[in-house]
Structures are given as C-alpha cells and as structure tokens.
Design a protein around this ligand. Structure first.
Ligand SMILES: [Zn+2]
Length: 607
C-alpha cells in the first residue's frame, strides 16, 4: 500500500479522541477485578520459580523462567498503561484517577515481589551467567534476551558485596536521600513577590517564571531579580546541601565502587563511552558562538542594542497562519511517505486503529506524548492540535516516536524501547523533515521565522544549555572536593555563563545563583548531557541524510528497527557512526548554522 491510495482511510476531518478498548474492554469494577486477579495469579506462579533458580539449572529451564518474566512484564505494562492513558484523556475524571492510583500501587507491589529474579541474575559470577545465556537459535527472541540479560549486569563491576550494598541502601534512605528530600522541601515552599499590572502578588516559582515570557522588558527583569534574590537568601543552606551531595557522590561511587570519575557513573548508566561524552561537551562549547549570532539577531528583532539574559525567552510576533487538521495529517503522512513509504504506512496505522487523541478538550492533559505499551500494540499518541504551524511539527514528532516503536515491534517487550541516548531519534528526525517541508512551502516571513525560531530555540535549550550545566558540574565537583566555598561555586557558575554567552548577552550578577535552582544537578548529577546527546545525535544524522540522500535511508531504518535490543555504540557503529568522532557531532551544528543563516537572511525584513 502506498501513501497516495490510502488517503480516505487516514485523514479525519476533525481532531478525535482515541480508543483504548484493546487494553481493557471496559473499565467496570468486574473487568478490573478479573484483570487484577489474573495478574496476581501470574505473580504468584512466578514467585514459585524462585526455589528453582540455581547456576546449575539448564539453559532451557532458565529460558522458560525468562519468558514467563517477559509475559508478566507485558501484563503489568498493560495495567499501568491503561491507567495513564485514561487519566491523560481526562485528568478531571475521578474514576480514571482512582484506577490509575490503584494500579500504580498494585503494580509497584507486584514488581517488588518479582524483583528477586533480576537480583539473582546480577549476583551470578560471569562464568555462571554465560553458561545460562540462551543460545542464539534457542528462540526467535534469543538475541533480545541476551542483550536484556547483558544490560542488567553492566553495573556489576561496580557492585559491592551483599552486606555493603544493604548498608548503603539503609544509610542512603536516611542519609543523602533524606538530604535531597530536604532540598525539595525547602525549594518547593519558596515564595516570590512580583508586581504585575500594579498589583503585588505572591507566587510559586512556576507562576513567577511564567512571566519571563512576558512582552514587557521590565517585568521580565523583575522576574529574574526576584527569583535569584530568594535563592541568594537560601544560598548557605542550599549550597551546603550541594556540598554534601557532591561529597557523598564521590565517597560512594569513586572511593567505594571505584568508578574512574564522578561523571563515569552516569556514562555507565547510559551505556555511552566516556570519550564520546567528552567529545560531545567540547564540540558543543566550540559551537557556542553560533548561538551568540542567534542572540544578536533576537536583540535586533526586539529592538534592543544587546539582549539581556532576562530576554532570552521574550516572545516574538507570530504569524496568524492556521493549518486545518486534515491538512496537517495529510502533510505529515506525505512527508513520512516521501522519506519511505513504510514509515507512512506505519503512521497511518495509528489513525486507522484510532490510537490518536488530537482534540483539544477541557480536562485533557496538555502537551504531547507517544506511549508504547508493548510490541503487540500500536502505540498511542496524544497531541493538543490547535492549528498553529508549530503543532504540525509536534504531530510529526509524536508520530515519529510511534513509528520508531513500530519498526522495533519484532523485538521482545523487554528490548523494544530504545535506550536513553537513542530515544528521541525518530521523533526529532521526523520533526526536522516536517520543518523543512513546511519551510519549502511557506512564503510568509513571520511564519518562516516562527518555524526556524522554534527549531533553533529547541537546540539552544536541549543542546547548549544542558551541556553547559554539565560543564559546570564537572568544575563544581572538583571545586567541592578541593574545599571551595559556596560563593566560589557561584563565581564558577558566572564564569560558565560568560563562556556560554560571550559578549552576546548581558549578564546581571544575580545569575550566579542560578545553579542552586536546578534540581537535576542535585538529584541526578550529570544527567543533563543526555538531552544534548540525543538531540545533537539526530542533528548529526540529519546532516548525513542531507549529504547522502537515498543512500542514508537503509542504515537509518535499520538503526531504528533495533529499538533497545543492542548497545547504542553497536547500533551506531553498524551504520558507520563513531560516537567519539568530533567531526560527526560537528555535522549536527552545521544544520543549526544553516537555520541561523536563514534567520539572518529574514532578519532585516522583520520587526
Ligand atoms: Zn519526544
């Protein structure tokens, strides 16, 4: 089936809701009860397997246990999936809320009861584990199972003996875990004051920072002054929490577990080599100047001599162009189809099976997402379609996720999901195809600017900003271990911002306290580079596509069809990509440079 002969099927006239009956025929008490009873029984059966787990068991007996574990996962994902989709469709529904809560509680309990399997597998010695791995021809999913089992054991070299692990667990929940809870409690109760339209208001942080998007320059300035005035007041306590976080990280991971560096902990978790992350961070810093060009342009559009850090999110005039839903759907499907007919066919399945909720309704969750429940289901997609140019790119993004999952649906549910570094590949790639197509048709300069600005803003926020957070963390971890004070950390942060913005943006001194307000660097150190990694990877792939055209496609589709069934490095090297190659990452920035050059060309004609 090609794209053109299937139009009547796919294109709905109006945005619609979705059909969840495949997951649960109806949400009646009787059906839910029957469902839970069946899962309960399966969990009980699996628990009975525990006694038989031993290094001496046959690979066939082990494979049977593993397949039962896989089936159990599928059942649990379905229970949870139905709850979260139903709730997203109507966040005001008490029934949905109560179903979701009930299932989350039940499923957490079930997972705890079967956790012994993974723990036992990780506890085996290497030769014992090897002897149990399913032979490649033992089952159609043998490769998936082998990768899943390998992946579970990746952190094994850094695992301590059982007693130490128990002590760390016990002490962490009241130690560093408790300290981080205090960070959340302290920052969540902060209050901010702002004068809006002549009225003094007391606001939460979210409500306050909402005004950073205001059209009034003085209001934007007031937002940041107030935000960091409050954080500065709390700097001693929050800074001490950070110092404890860093010292604990070092003591546990570097000294006890023997990770070579503090960031290596994250790299092992993401299954990305240390050198690749180093190259990513340095190539990103080398390209900071690109974004400085963009900020100078933005200053001109806003009629300012120089952009202030307050103005980064200042809104620009937008076009009033509207795109009707059927046109948006047709346009996305055609864009997918031009890349490869198979992609359009898969995206059409989402519409044909009514797995998309695109309508704007009161009570429906905002934003957009794609949810993959398992290989036997077509993914479910939620968007809030408003007819904006930007909404078409979002539709392409979410359908990109759906197509990625469908390309990997021949795998086990244990390995269908791509791992973190590859999770945004198909979605961002689809969005870029869509943006380029819309740009090729769009003549209205305001609409062109809207598309380009949305694309560059995304890259700034996900690639540059996040990479600079991690560059700060690298410096801050070293500084804390060298006994530096909280004020010195704020100076380091200022230096980091100056390096990022150069002379393109004016930085007021209060921004030195921004780092205290970033939860990620407290809760999950070095996590933020995963955003940069994922997004820049796609930009670099897109660059290859622009250069290679047709020749790029088979490798790209193969990459997607791996899902999460192999290590990221292996998947990429099979299509000729070396993660530690600076030139590959640089290619991604060439795509951005092209977009910025287009904006510069528009520049003069727009206010
Ligand atoms: Zn996404």
């Amino acid at each position: 089936m090609t794209v053109s002969d299937s139009a009547p099927l796919a294109v709905e006239l109006e945005p619609t809701g979705w059909d969840l009956s495949e997951l649960l025929p109806e949400a009646s008490e009787a059906v839910i009860f029957e469902h839970l009873a069946r899962v309960e029984e399966a969990v009980g059966r699996f628990e009975a397997r525990r006694a038989g787990l031993a290094p001496e068991m046959t690979p066939q007996a082990f494979l049977d246990v593993l397949r039962e574990y896989e089936a159990l996962h599928e059942q649990l994902d379905r229970l949870i999936g139905y709850g979260s989709l139903w709730f997203a469709e109507d966040t005001q529904s008490r029934a949905a809320q109560s179903y979701r809560n009930r299932m989350e509680q039940a499923v957490t309990g079930f997972y705890n009861r079967v956790l012994f399997f993974e723990l036992w597998w990780k506890s085996l010695a290497d030769d014992e584990a090897d002897a149990l791995l399913p032979a490649p021809d033992a089952h159609p999913h043998a490769g998936d199972y082998r990768h899943f089992l390998f992946d579970l054991r990746r952190s094994k070299p850094f695992t301590l003996e059982e007693k130490s692990e128990q002590i760390i667990n016990l002490k962490d929940s009241n130690g560093i875990g408790g300290v981080l809870t205090l960070y959340s409690m302290l920052t969540n109760r902060l209050e901010f004051h702002l004068e809006v339209d002549g009225e003094q208001r007391t606001l939460t942080r979210d409500a306050l920072t909402g005004y950073a998007f205001s059209r009034q320059p003085r209001l934007r300035e007031a937002v940041y002054r107030e935000l960091y005035r409050v954080y500065e007041q709390e700097a001693t306590v929050l800074g001490q929490i950070y110092v404890n976080r860093v010292r604990d990280w070092h003591a546990e991971y570097v000294e006890l577990r023997r990770y070579p560096t503090p960031i290596a902990v994250r790299n092992v978790a993401n299954d990305v080599p240390d050198e690749a992350v180093e190259v990513l961070l340095s190539v990103t810093a080398d390209n900071a100047d690109l974004f400085r060009r963009y900020f100078r342009l933005k200053a001109r559009w806003l009629g300012m001599e120089k952009l202030r850090r307050y103005d980064i999110y200042a809104p620009l005039a937008t076009s009033d162009r509207e795109i009707a839903y059927p046109d948006a759907v047709a346009s996305v499907l055609e864009t997918f189809g031009r890349f490869h007919p198979g992609l359009a066919q898969k995206a059409e399945r989402v519409f044909a099976e009514r797995h998309i909720d695109s309508a704007v309704r009161k009570g429906k969750r905002g934003g957009a997402f794609c949810s993959t429940i398992g290989p036997r289901y077509t993914p479910w997609v939620l968007v809030n379609y408003n007819g904006r140019v930007r909404d078409v790119a979002t539709l392409a993004h979410e359908l990109g996720h759906a197509v990625h999952s469908m390309l990997a649906e021949q795998h086990s549910g244990l390995t269908q999901h791509p791992s973190l570094p590859l999770a945004e590949t198909a979605s961002v790639f689809a969005e870029m195809l869509m943006t380029d197509r819309l740009l090729s048709q769009e003549r209205d300069p305001l609409a062109r600017r809207e598309l380009l600005v949305a694309a560059v803003d995304d890259v700034y926020a996900t690639v540059l900003r996040q990479a600079y957070f991690v560059r700060f963390e690298l410096a801050a971890h070293a500084a804390v271990l060298a006994g530096r004070s909280v004020d010195e950390l704020s100076e380091l942060y200022m230096a980091n911002l100056r390096e990022q913005f150069g002379d393109s943006v004016e930085l007021a001194p209060e921004f030195g306290y921004e780092w205290l307000s970033i939860p990620h660097i407290f809760h999950t150190p070095f996590y933020c580079y995963a955003y940069s990694f994922g997004q820049l990877l796609v930009l670099a792939l897109y660059r290859r596509y622009q250069e290679e055209g047709e020749a790029f496609k088979p490798g790209y589709l193969k990459l997607l069809s791996y899902g999460g069934s192999a290590r990221p490095q292996q998947i990429l090297s099979e299509v000729g990509i070396e993660m530690s190659d600076a030139a590959f990452w640089q290619g991604g920035f060439e795509v951005v440079e092209h977009r910025i050059a287009e904006l510069e060309a528009l520049g003069g004609s727009l206010a």
